[in-house]
Design a protein around this ligand. Structure first.
Ligand code: ACO
Length: 193
């Protein structure tokens, strides 16, 4: 995804993590007000693109939603020399902790607060090039979480295939909410906090 401004001046790392402050850890090379404006534009546009790709009635990711939630959003830019100009955004991954009642294999309700995958999108022209894996792997390292301990909000078929291919996650434990969890969810979880 291209923008009218220089992506390399707001996102200095290949993958930038954002929270509700919308401030990257490495300070952008433009003024704070300009950086905020540009980052808000990026978030709104990638949120819309993701919603379109998933055929959702409205975006679930936007700048204002990021500002009002305790979510973490990882954004991947293109660092190849061919886009050395203003740069491109390749995709993003949004996660956050949620209190959920989850069913175990025996059908008992268990209260948990897992890290949830809330939104995930790689630009159509760049899917199946390994960028999703790069972003997901980075998030797992930073959040210090094992893939089987995640809960996924309404995964698409592509995402289910992705999780099976890269992380061997296939055996779904049926739930009554929209979240999907996998075999191993209840094993060796870190204590909350
Ligand atoms: N059809 C089927 N499986 C796909 C497709 C596709 N078009 N694209 C990716 N995958 C899966 C496959 O398992 C594929 O492996 P394969 O090519 O050997 O079959 C694997 O992902 C490829 O891995 P990556 O290249 O690392 O993944 P990618 O960069 O394509 O990112 C993602 C995966 C984010 C699911 C991407 O395909 C995408 O943006 N899809 C559209 C939006 C979407 O469905 N997002 C998830 C919504 S659910 C949620 O966010 C909670």
């Amino acid at each position: 995804m291209e923008f009218e401004f220089d992506i390399h001046k707001i996102f200095l790392e290949p993958i930038t993590k954002l929270d509700s402050t919308l401030l990257p850890q490495r300070r952008p090379l433009v003024s704070s007000s300009e950086a905020e404006k540009q980052i808000m534009k990026v978030l709104d546009d990638i949120g819309k693109a993701s919603a379109k790709a998933q055929r959702l009635p409205a975006p679930i990711t936007s700048a204002s939603r990021m500002q009002t939630n305790q979510h973490h959003l990882y954004i991947l830019k293109d660092c190849t020399p061919k886009t050395a100009g203003r740069g491109l955004v390749i995709g993003f991954l949004k996660v956050g902790y949620k209190k959920l009642f989850v069913l175990d294999r025996k059908g008992s309700h268990i209260e948990a607060e897992p890290l949830c995958i809330l939104d995930f999108y790689i630009h159509e022209s760049l899917q199946r090039h390994g960028f999703g894996k790069e972003l997901f792997g980075f998030m797992l390292r930073i959040e210090q979480v094992e893939p089987q301990h995640l809960a996924i909000d309404r995964p698409s078929e592509k995402f289910l295939s992705f999780l099976w291919k890269h992380y061997n996650l296939r055996a779904v434990i049926p739930q009554v909410n929209n979240f999907v969890i996998f075999e191993g969810f209840f094993r060796d979880r870190k204590a909350p906090g």
